[in-house]
Design a protein around this ligand. Structure first.
Ligand code: SAM
Length: 267
């Protein structure tokens, strides 16, 4: 069992966890098992970002057809190769942000990662923007990041980002994760969140809808109307307000995804 503090200390030997690579290793096998169960499908290849010492990799192999793991740190990569001999694991010493994902077209994929927090956003956007057939993304992130993705209308965390991601995915806050299941323990609280795609992708439609959403939130403290006048003409604004019965003082953070879809239709 790799997710165990004694094993971690033993295989690390003289090495210490590298902060610059966001290394916080999971040391609770029950939690690792739960994450892998949520993430995997036994018929699918799972891509793992940052396998580290292999705690999650070991469990992903248990529930997946095979695992492709991308690790940036040579020390971790070498330990991983020594620890896991399962032929269904393909490990790559590679920065995931540089990985060409084209080799995965035409196959159903799952993605799972205890993410290195310093690159959470670029990694997630690389996945969101890819045209691969990823049927579920399950990731450990800082709790505040999970809250932002999962934010509901009218809450402080609700933003253009939450609406855009919730248009593309069913976002599920899977569980809160305490600091003491990592070695070394991170300073921030963590959570596991999953993204399951829910729409057919359409680049042109997305460009228009996401532009509308981002522009509506451009000046968060101002009313929707004050944001609208920066990019829409007067007649269009009037039509939106009368057709959708908006109050003149409404703000973008009071509108649901369905409101934005209706506005987009009127444009
Ligand atoms: N999966 C292990 C676990 O759960 O115990 C380690 C998770 S640790 C939070 C993040 C891992 O990602 C580290 O092994 C780190 O070296 C690796 N990493 C950091 N940046 C990376 C990148 N750009 N591409 C691939 N791996 C990266």
């Amino acid at each position: 069992m790799i997710s165990n503090i004694n094993h971690v200390k033993k295989v690390m030997g003289d090495l210490s966890a590298k902060k610059k690579y966001g290394q916080n290793f999971l040391i609770d096998s029950n939690i690792v098992d739960k994450i892998a169960k949520i993430a995997c499908d036994s018929n699918c290849l799972t891509i793992e970002i940052g396998p580290g010492l292999g705690a999650l990799t070991e469990m992903l192999l248990k529930y997946s057809k095979a695992v492709d793991a991308y690790e940036i740190d040579k020390d971790m990569y070498n330990i991983l190769l020594d620890s896991i001999t399962d032929e269904r694991l393909s490990a790559y010493l590679e920065d995931f942000l540089d990985t060409d994902l084209n080799k995965y077209v035409d196959q159903e994929l799952r993605v799972c990662s205890n993410l290195p927090y310093y690159v959470t956003t670029p990694i997630l956007f690389k996945l969101f923007e890819s045209s691969l057939n990823i049927t579920k993304i399950t990731v450990m992130v800082q709790r505040e990041v999970a809250d932002r993705f999962n934010a509901k209308v009218n809450s402080e965390d609700y933003s253009a980002l939450s609406i855009i991601v919730q248009y593309l995915y069913d976002v599920k806050y899977e569980m809160s994760i305490p600091k003491n299941v990592f070695y070394p323990a991170p300073k921030v609280d963590s959570a596991v969140i999953s993204f399951t795609p829910k729409v057919e992708r359409d680049a042109e439609f997305e460009k228009k809808l996401f532009g509308l959403i981002k522009n509506s939130f451009a000046m968060r403290r101002k009313t929707l109307h004050n944001n609208f006048i920066q990019f829409l003409d007067k007649e269009t604004i009037e039509k939106i307000y009368s057709d959708l019965h908006f109050d003149k003082n409404v703000r973008a953070q009071e509108l649901t995804l369905s409101d934005f879809l209706k506005i987009n239709e009127l444009l």
